[in-house]
Design a protein around this ligand. Structure first.
Ligand SMILES: [Mn+2]
Length: 401
């Protein structure tokens, strides 16, 4: 993959017309007392370097086409407990010209700032205010440090998102493996459905399957929701007893070789009721119809209008909407987006395109949630946009109840 990371840096240099780019890896985050959460790298940093460790920096001089990694200075204790990466190994993974210390990097940046007034970095994440959690501090720290050195610090998140939205052959190969692994796990769980008594047993089956087959684990915390829990969109407790004649909503994806999957199916526990069958069939039909719309050059605005029309018609067909103008109930019974980009992150940015393009990967996940009836159904597939249309990467997994 060394060539892949090097060519990604070249693509970014071209996109920014040369220029100086400095980005930081994520920092490790505290779990409790003196232990850290399992480290997950910032997706852009990984895409540019392949380095999976915290606190490293990438420096790109786009004018001279030179690249460096700056290694954090680790204490001896830190090295003994957490291991480290030698400069030689880091160079081999990333293909950068050189690996230097962060003290040397700071001196170098002061020097570069004499010739360049502008530096690009990954600033504060957009929508930061809407996210109800604390962001990783590494990006902000880097931004503040650069503001002390350069006249102007500019954000290159958008440019990176646009580049990353178009998946390359190496990435598609990995994503297909991740999808196949997730599909196989769903098939195994569905075949053994009668054996489980609690939601967490189903979760454990997926975790076991993923790790046993070499996946890092889950792309996101798995959703295993039964009965009324199916109406909580991001239900994560996964601890209820499975009751007969209720639904089981599974929204899960393996993370494999750096790439995410995101698939949802809704199954019935025992014989489904007439109403459960009716709602499931309605979502299943909408899901197939929406996927059939996808292809290159589809206007994103037009797609959203068509999705709304299909979902409104679907909700009317099962008696949940009286007419098209009832937007309040439309948002009540289908309260989330129809999908999102997929890649290194389970919610990868598509770079805000006006039209879909070949080699974008996105999810399609219509759902209907009726809290007053304890019925929630979601069906989600991972779709690759191709030159001629689309390919449903998870399409071989049955969407049946
Ligand atoms: Mn999703």
């Amino acid at each position: 993959m060394t060539k892949f990371f090097a060519s990604n840096r070249d693509q970014l240099i071209t996109k920014l017309n040369g220029g100086i780019i400095v980005v930081s890896a994520y920092a490790a985050m505290q779990r409790s007392n003196d232990t850290a959460f399992t480290f997950e790298q910032e997706a852009n940093f990984w895409w540019l370097t392949g380095i999976e460790l915290p606190d490293w920096w990438l420096i790109i001089d786009g004018t001279r086409r030179k690249t460096w990694l700056a290694a954090p200075t680790l204490s001896r204790t830190h090295e003994i407990f957490d291991g480290s990466l030698s400069p030689k190994e880091a160079k081999k993974i990333s293909g950068v010209d050189d690996v230097i210390s962060q003290d040397d990097a700071k001196k170098m940046l002061r020097d570069i700032a004499k010739r360049h007034s502008v530096v690009y970095t990954l600033g504060e994440q957009p929508y930061a205010e809407y996210l109800d959690f604390t962001l990783n501090p590494a990006g902000r720290k880097m931004q503040e440090q650069l503001e002390r050195t350069f006249n102007s610090v500019q954000d290159c998140r958008k440019e990176l998102a646009k580049l990353r939205a178009i998946k390359q052959p190496e990435e598609l190969a990995r994503m297909k493996k991740a999808v196949n692994l997730t599909v196989a796990a769903f098939e195994e769980v569905k075949a053994k459905l009668a054996e489980y008594s609690y939601e967490y047993e189903v979760e454990a089956e997926f975790s076991h399957y993923f790790r046993k087959n070499g996946a890092r684990g889950h792309s996101f915390d798995p959703i295993v929701a039964s009965g009324k829990n199916t109406c909580t969109l991001h239900y994560l407790e996964n601890n209820s007893r499975l009751k007969k004649r209720t639904l089981l909503l599974l929204d899960i994806g393996a993370r494999y070789e750096g790439y995410s999957t995101d698939i949802a199916r809704t199954y019935s526990l025992g014989e489904p009721t007439k109403r459960q069958q009716e709602i499931h069939a309605a979502v299943q039909a909408a899901h197939a119809e929406i996927i059939s719309l996808l292809g290159p050059d589809l206007s994103v605005e037009q797609y959203q209008r068509d999705v709304d029309a299909i979902m409104i018609r679907t909700l009317m067909s099962v008696g949940l909407l009286k007419d098209k103008s009832d937007t309040k109930n439309y948002r009540k019974y289908f309260p989330h987006a129809i999908g999102h980009g997929l890649g290194i992150d389970p919610h990868d940015s598509l770079g805000g395109p006006h039209f879909l393009q070949p080699n974008m990967v996105l999810t399609v996940e219509p759902g209907i949630y009726i809290p007053e009836e304890g019925i929630g159904v979601r069906i989600e597939d991972d779709i690759l946009i191709t030159e001629k249309g689309h390919l449903n990467l998870s399409g071989r997994l049955s969407t049946d109840l």
